[in-house]
Design a protein around this ligand. Structure first.
Ligand code: ADP
Ligand code: MG
Length: 257
C-alpha cells in the first residue's frame, strides 16, 4: 500500500490514489463571482508545487479550501487521503496564510512556542526546531523582540517559521516570499527544496512567476481555472518561451482565444 518514498524519481503526473493533495471539482463562488472554477488537481507526495497566477486568479481561495479555512461551494479537497476539513491528519499540515496570522504583542520566540504548543510538541524538540527555523529566516538576533516592533518582511518570516514549527508532512504557503529580500529568498527556496527532498509536499503560491522555475511542477491559474500544468521546462518549451512569465502570457492568450 503506502510504500515509503515509493514515488522517488517520479515527481510529476497524476495518480489520484496516492495524491498527497487532491482537488476534485473544487469550486468557490462569492455572490455569483466564481473565484475557483471546478478545479481538479493531484499533487504527489514529495513534490514542490508552485501555483502561479495574477492577483485575483483564485490562488488564496484555493489554498483556504485545501486547509479547511473556507467551505467549498461544491467539490472537495483531500489531503493525505482524508477529506477536508481534516480530523485525523490535521497536525500533519502546515499553513502560512497570505494575511498575517501571528501575535504582534508576543515576541518572535513566544510565537514559535505558542504554535509549537498548539501541536503538542515537547519542549525539547520544539526548542531545537526553533533554533533551526530562526536561522532559516535570519531572525536569531530578534528572537526576543516583540513582533509589533519588526518590519513587514520580518513579520512575514516569523509567520513562515510558525507554519513549519511542527515539521508538517504537507505545507501550504500562500505568497511566502512577498516582502522578502532577494538574498534571503534564495535561502527560502533552498529550504523548500530540502523539505521536498525529505519527502514533504510543499504547495506554494506566488505572483512572482519566475521564481516558480524552482518548483518540480507549476500550475497556472487564470480566472479560477487551471490553464496549464507541468514541469517549468515543459511549460516553456510548449510555448517557445524562455521564462515562466512569458509562458503564462502565452497560455493566457490561448485560453482567452
Ligand atoms: P489570488 O490569491 O490569486 O489573488 P483570491 O483567491 O484572493 O485570488 O481571489 C479570487 C477572487 O475572489 C477575486 O476576485 C477576489 O476579489 C474574490 N474574493 C476572494 N475572497 C473573497 C471574499 N471573502 N468575498 C468576496 N470575494 C472574494
Ligand atoms: Mg492571494
Amino acid at each position: 500500500m503506502m510504500r515509503k518514498g515509493g514515488a522517488a524519481g517520479m515527481k510529476t503526473g497524476r495518480d489520484d490514489g496516492e495524491g498527497s493533495v487532491v482537488a476534485d471539482k473544487l469550486r468557490k463562488e462569492f455572490d455569483g463571482l466564481v473565484a475557483v472554477d471546478d478545479l481538479d488537481l493531484s499533487i504527489r507526495k514529495g513534490t514542490l508545487y508552485g501555483m502561479i497566477g495574477p492577483n485575483g486568479s483564485g490562488k488564496t481561495t484555493m489554498i483556504k479550501m485545501m486547509v479547511g479555512r473556507l467551505k467549498p461551494t461544491s467539490g472537495r479537497a483531500r489531503v493525505l487521503g482524508e477529506d477536508v476539513p481534516l480530523v485525523e491528519r490535521v497536525a500533519d499540515i502546515g499553513y502560512m496564510p497570505q494575511e498575517m496570522a501571528i501575535y504582534t504583542d508576543l515576541t518572535v520566540s513566544e510565537n514559535l512556542q505558542l504554535f509549537g504548543g498548539l501541536y503538542s510538541m515537547d519542549p525539547g524538540s520544539r526548542a531545537k526546531r526553533e533554533e533551526a527555523l530562526l536561522s532559516m529566516v535570519d531572525l536569531r538576533e530578534r528572537r526576543d523582540s516583540l513582533v509589533s516592533q519588526l518590519s513587514g518582511g520580518m513579520k512575514h518570516r516569523v509567520s513562515l517559521a510558525c507554519s513549519m514549527i511542527h515539521d508538517p508532512e504537507v505545507l501550504f504557503l500562500d505568497e511566502p516570499t512577498v516582502g522578502v529580500d532577494p538574498e534571503l529568498r534564495i535561502g527560502f527556496w533552498q529550504h523548500f527544496s530540502d523539505l521536498k527532498a525529505g519527502g514533504k509536499t510543499v504547495i506554494i503560491t506566488t505572483h512572482y512567476m519566475d521564481e516558480a522555475v524552482r518548483c518540480d511542477v507549476v500550475g497556472m491559474m487564470r480566472q479560477g481555472r487551471l490553464i496549464a500544468e507541468g514541469k517549468p521546462k515543459e511549460l516553456m518549451e510548449r510555448t517557445s518561451t524562455s521564462n515562466l512569465e512569458d509562458a503564462f502570457m502565452e497560455y493566457s492568450r490561448r485560453d482567452a482565444a
